[in-house]
Design a protein around this ligand. Structure first.
Ligand code: C2O
Length: 587
């Protein structure tokens, strides 16, 4: 549909006519069925970000990894159970670029009602989705990123789809999101960062938050006046309306690594909270024309909203502290014996276009900037006619030929040397890299430690690393180069936060542990869209366990293949093969 912002009509792809898309609310233990009817001109899939999809990788929604893309004018039905999870997740398209407008909240209520929250039941619960307004064709944005090393930028930031009064449309301020609050009541904000490009700080003037959960896992209540949230993450925070009645801006503003890293635009967005007496009459208030509602607080702040003070656009430290203060509320079942250790560097590099030899720094046409894990950039299999999960399940050999994600980077260098940031002579010999379909296999039940190391190769961004199908225990984070000899001592093995997306700090590292107990083919990638499109990704293949209860289930009966007769045939063969296999397992 066409939306008008910043004095311009822009054609955007949305779900059910809404931006953000509809909130999906379920209860822990529910079976969920979602029919996707693709009326857009693009191939799409929908990913249920953070939903564990236990034994059910088929519903994970990653094109050519777990399913064929849903073609224009085609349908697809997602079926999955939500088990043992509660609070805030989200859903988004998992095709390049389009998740900027195809996303929404995915809320999981506890089995036993709000009375079972580990905090007093809030008066209201409100999704706050931080997003971006793009005036460009998002499919084009993604192509630019993966082919031409072009950096495109959004035109504004949004809270719940609204740009707010720092932007205007032909001189009239844009609408902002307004949250009505009653004095003394408590609100639960469900923050989601759905942006493609930026991490955000979130503040509300005159108020503090108590963070109670992140990525659908409870944390020990943490009191703060600022929330840091990276793409892919969610944060649940309590807000008590305990200020003098009036209007207060809520602000989301992007932050990023300082120069010489490339600087994205500083697009701040704001909405507001507005006190009302709660006598029932809704106060309709637009931030666009400065009208005040019929409810007035009477204080000096009633007419002029108060704005919060912001950290700096290049402040990476506040984010580091915010994350360092999170601990898990419920003691997670943390394995103490580790089966496998990976050290993964996150970097940029360059490759030559297929079939050509090129000099570094030659014309843009010849070399492409890519993003890498241990110096390899992810690409889907060249003739990707069968999604990897299908090849894996039916044992067609398709996943055996993939390049193994190395357990260490090929070269050790001063990973966080600031002199490597600018494109220049110093990083030249570290720059060449290659492309492959990177995969790593894990034995069922393996306890895996991963240290993600951000590097300064041609940038110094942080990296929100997201793992599908599993949560990770975040054991520690730090600046500089990870040093096992001293950093293992800093691991929180008691109550580490449990996350599906871990922010690896700029010029620093994060250490996580996860148990590979969910069989399937799971994407693992940076949740910055530019890093993902440029190849900062791999698949984790988790093998079946010994029993039917620990093995990937067969695909649903109506699971669509990519329309090749051959794969239909394989499916038939596979099902037979499979039956034999599980009978073996039982006997
Ligand atoms: Cu939220 Cu693979 O993504």
């Amino acid at each position: 549909m066409n939306l008008t912002h910043l004095s311009k009509d822009t054609l955007v792809t949305v779900v059910n006519g809404q931006l953000p898309g509809p909130t999906i609310e379920v209860t822990d233990g529910d079976s969920v069925i979602i029919h996707v009817v693709n009326k857009s001109p693009y191939n799409v899939t929908i990913h249920w970000h953070g939903v564990k999809q236990r034994l059910n990788c088929w519903a994970d929604g990653v094109p050519m990894i777990t399913q064929c893309p849903i073609l224009p004018n085609h349908n697809f039905t997602y079926r999955f159970n939500v088990t043992g999870q509660e609070r805030t997740l989200w859903w988004h398209a998992h095709v390049p670029g389009l998740r900027a407008t195809l996303h929404g909240a995915f809320i999981i209520r506890p089995r036993h009602g709000a009375g079972s929250y580990p905090f007093p039941k809030p008066h209201r619960e409100v999704p706050i989705i931080i997003g971006e307004w793009w005036e460009m064709d998002l499919a084009q944005v993604a192509t630019d990123l993966s082919n031409n090393s072009l950096f495109d930028f959004n035109s504004a930031s949004t809270i719940n789809g609204k740009l707010g009064d720092l932007y205007n449309c032909s001189g009239v301020a844009e609408d902002g999101f307004v949250l009505e609050v009653e004095p003394g009541k408590t609100y639960l904000l469900r923050l989601i960062n759905a942006a493609l490009l930026m991490e955000y700080y979130f503040k509300i003037a005159g108020h503090r938050f108590t963070v109670v959960a992140s990525d659908a896992n409870y944390v020990n209540p943490y009191d703060t006046d600022v929330i840091a949230i990276a793409p892919g993450e969610t944060v649940d925070a309590l807000l008590v309306a305990d200020a003098r009645p009036g209007k207060y801006y809520m602000v989301a503003f992007p932050y990023q690594a300082p120069k010489p890293s490339i600087q994205g635009p500083e697009y701040i967005t704001r909405g507001m909270i507005q006190y009302s007496s709660g006598n029932g009459a809704p106060v309709l208030l637009s931030t666009s024309n400065g009208t005040t509602g019929e409810e007035e607080g009477g204080g000096p702040s009633a007419d002029v909203p108060i704005a919060p003070e912001m950290p700096d656009h290049n402040d990476m430290v506040t984010s580091l502290y915010f994350r360092g203060n999170l601990t898990s509320l419920r003691r997670p079942q943390l394995p103490t014996l580790v089966d496998e250790r990976l050290f993964i560097t996150l970097a940029l590099g360059s490759v030559c276009r297929r079939g050509r030899v090129c000099e570094r720094g030659s014309t843009n046409d010849e070399s492409i900037t890519v993003a890498t894990l241990n110096n390899v950039s992810f690409e889907l299999p060249a003739a990707a006619e069968t999604p990897l999960l299908e090849s894996h399940y039916y044992n067609t050999g398709g996943v055996d030929v993939l390049r193994e994600l190395p357990a260490r980077p090929p070269k050790v260098f001063n990973f966080t040397d600031r002199d490597l940031i600018p494109y220049g002579p110093k990083e030249a010999n570290l720059e060449p890299t290659s492309k492959a379909t990177l995969a790593r296999r894990f034995r069922h039940g393996a306890a895996v430690d991963v240290v993600f190391q951000s590097t300064s190769l041609m940038q110094s961004e942080s990296n929100p690393m997201h793992l599908h199908g599993h949560d990770m225990f975040v054991l520690a984070q730090g600046l500089g180069i990870y040093d096992a000899a001293k950093d293992v001592a800093r691991y929180n093995l008691v109550n580490p936060p449990v996350k599906n997306t871990v922010l690896v700090p700029s010029l620093g590292w994060a250490a996580v542990r996860f148990v590979a107990d969910n069989p399937g083919v799971w994407f693992m990638h940076c949740h910055f869209e530019f890093h993902l499109s440029m190849g900062m990704a791999a698949v984790f293949i988790v093998e079946d366990g010994p029993t039917a209860d620990t093995s990937l289930h067969p695909p649903p009966a109506d699971f669509q293949t990519c329309g090749h007769d051959e794969s239909l045939m394989l499916q038939k063969m596979g099902i037979d093969k499979r039956r034999v296999k599980s009978e073996d397992a039982r006997s």
